[in-house]
Design a protein around this ligand. Sequence first.
Ligand SMILES: Nc1ncnc2c1ncn2[C@@H]1O[C@H](COP(=O)(O)OP(=O)(O)OP(=O)(O)O)[C@@H](O)[C@H]1O
Length: 301
Amino acid sequence: MIEFHGVSKRFADGTLAVDDFSLLIPSRKTTVLVGSSGCGKTTLLRMINRMVDPTSGYVDIDGDGIAAMPPVSLRRSIGYVMQNSGLLPHRKVIDNVATVPLLTGVPKKEAHARALELLDTVGLDRSLADRYPSQLSGGQQQRVGVARGLAVNPNILLMDEPFGAVDPIVRADLQHELIRLQRDLDKTVVFVTHDIDEAFLLGDQVVILQVGAHIEQQGAPSDILANPANEFVADFVGSARGKRRLMVDETADSRGDDLVLIDGAGYPAGVVDAPGGVLPGAGSSPKSRSISNKTDQAGDA
Ligand SMILES: Nc1ncnc2c1ncn2[C@@H]1O[C@H](COP(=O)(O)OP(=O)(O)OP(=O)(O)O)[C@@H](O)[C@H]1O
């Protein structure tokens, strides 16, 4: 369990990145910090492994204040996965994965054997072990980044927008891989993203933040969806989901044409050939009625 107690961070130039933040992050669950750029997500994450120290307040891990723990050993005991994988370009994949164990004195042979196992764990072929990062795809590099984060077998895994730089299909792949990994490995994962859909997919607990790391709402995805705490949250949750919401173009109906499904941007997404039979609970908008797509229904369950 990680706990933030009234934590603030003011940087040397006067920026108040985090303003009186308190949160309990339960063990062996995934907590997602989500919010727009600059709201303080990375600063919060880095306060867990003391890459950043608070100006006031304190952080505990399992009841022990981390301020008293040596930063370097704390950092080496916690997995950290960053955007763009953060791999060392001049080192082979296997050495990238083994970096921290080697630093902490694990013999090379043992560290390499473990690194190969970790490639299996993250779904990478062992034949990639001798490649350099530039010889891998973006998605493969991210998997190596995750393997490196797991190399010291940490209880806590910090992930800072780890899938932000890959295309949507690879991203979906990596997200599902993480869900599988979490089921198998049972880590305390703290995941940062600005993507609310990613937050809802991955988080047991989702924390929606505004500038200064002010918590707008925290809870299970289903709670937030069912009861947004305020207009900001409703907007944040709704605007992202609205993009995927399909509507029925009833102007086509009035012309006697087939009913046409249009997406949030107004583009045709398909045709409904049995009006009334296909669409559940048609709404009352004069021009279009909204139906929930599969993701909406899954999220609301
Ligand atoms: N070393 C620093 N010195 C001064 N200001 C900083 C420093 N690091 C971050 N900040 C500022 O603190 C605020 C929070 O930054 P942080 O990186 O935590 O936000 P974020 O939510 O992770 O943003 P992003 O999604 O863009 O990565 C921003 O205004 C940022 O400019």
